[in-house]
Design a protein around this ligand. Structure first.
Ligand code: NAD
Length: 350
């Protein structure tokens, strides 16, 4: 196994691993451990080149530093990528080699699930390193993060409603949820329980029909959901949904959903602000899953009551974000980054 460390400005440790026997070609990037060990998922993608994989892992690991700082997980930011087609290259030997690569960071990097990586893969990784989180609940780990992400998202919707409408009571408020998968589906149910009128859409017609029949949601076609007059729009499908084409169609006062990278470009945060739409920054409102996982690496191990207590703090994080945004007259996404940078600066002083 050949591990080469690469110096990257602003990153604590970046290394590339090539293992001829198993075919592993992977990168681990630790962006910042000021607030704790760097936790971030492992993804496997058929990147066109190592350069493309490097760009992705650097961007994602930096994002994890910011997400964890605002979520107050006591963790830093890192990420890992395995280069190759998951359908062709996955093997026991590959994940054992990846385990040894993770172990070579000596606990500075802690891994978890991400794109194309499942619990069985992580279990194999875990045979070579203890720095693995997000395994099954039966094994004492924190389990599936989605219900916790959904709960955190609900907390965030309520905090954002309070900031936008003057009350966290969403009874009678109309919410459009785009994408009712693992997180969006659970969120839609939680919103309905809070008394909201919920309209759902998804490209998976079967899932929509089942959920609507069971929970009495209204349904809209995916390509018409932006035209629905509503109070809150909850994007819970893919990223970049808020862009130059969609913004003129938006008929909501709040955007608060679980999707990652909601804004196609940073400047769209300012456009939303000018339109009077309050945007709950994605990495702040969707942090429930990482907060849940972070409890695993805290003293005493995983404990659901503690996880829920910490997830409920998403409302306080958002209040601080909205306060910074108003005081400094900046978009909320920029305010979230400022909050993260303040916490990192305070951490560096101690
Ligand atoms: P998922 O795959 O279970 O659900 C996504 C749903 O969106 C699916 O039902 C899919 O059919 C639907 N969809 C895809 N494209 C669509 C479109 N154009 N219009 C409408 N629906 C569409 O994924 P998930 O785990 O629920 O995650 C949803 C989003 O939340 C993703 O952006 C993910 O990165 C983000 N997120 C998830 C978690 C988590 O804990 N699962 C944590 C943080 C962020």
């Amino acid at each position: 196994m050949n591990i080469t460390e690469i110096q990257v400005d602003g990153y604590e440790k970046v290394a590339v691993c090539k293992d001829q026997d198993s075919g592993l070609h992977a990168i681990i990037a630790v962006h910042d451990t000021t607030l704790g060990p760097a936790l971030g998922g492992m993804r496997m993608l058929d990147y066109a080149s190592e350069e493309e994989a490097m760009t992705d892992v650097l961007r994602l690991s930096r994002g994890m530093t910011y997400k964890s700082a605002v979520a107050d997980t006591g963790l830093g930011g890192g990420k890992s990528v395995i280069i190759g087609d998951p359908k062709k290259l996955k093997s026991e030997a590959l994940f054992l080699a990846m385990g040894r690569f993770v172990e070579s960071f000596g606990g500075k990097y802690i891994t978890a699930e991400d794109m194309n990586i499942g619990i069985p893969d992580l279990e194999t990784v875990g045979r070579e390193t203890k720095y693995v989180t997000g395994l099954s609940r039966e094994s004492g780990s924190s389990g599936n993060p989605s219900p916790y992400t959904a709960h955190g998202c609900l907390v965030g919707v309520l905090a954002t409603a309070e900031a936008a409408f003057g009350s966290a009571d969403i009874t009678g408020k109309h919410v459009v949820v785009q994408g009712v998968g693992a997180v969006g589906g659970a969120l839609a149910i939680l919103l309905k329980e809070q008394g909201a009128k919920v309209t759902i859409c998804d490209i998976n017609a079967k899932r929509v029909a089942e959920l609507a029949a069971e929970h009495g949601f209204d349904v809209v076609e995916e390509d018409e959901h932006l035209d629905v007059e509503c109070d809150i729009y909850a994007p819970c499908a893919r990223g970049a949904g808020v862009n130059d084409e969609t913004i003129p169609r938006l008929k909501c006062k709040v955007i608060a959903g679980c999707a990652n990278n909601v804004l196609a470009e940073e400047r769209h945060g300012q456009v939303l602000r000018e339109k009077g739409i309050l945007y709950a920054p994605d990495y702040v409102i969707n942090a429930g899953g990482i907060i849940n996982v972070s409890v695993e690496v805290s003293e005493g191990g995983y404990n659901e009551t503690e996880a829920m207590r910490r997830i409920n703090n998403i409302s306080e994080a958002l209040r601080q974000v909205y306060a910074i945004s108003s005081e400094e007259n900046i978009p909320t996404a920029e305010a979230a980054d400022k909050l993260a940078e303040r916490r990192l600066a305070a951490g560096k002083v101690h």
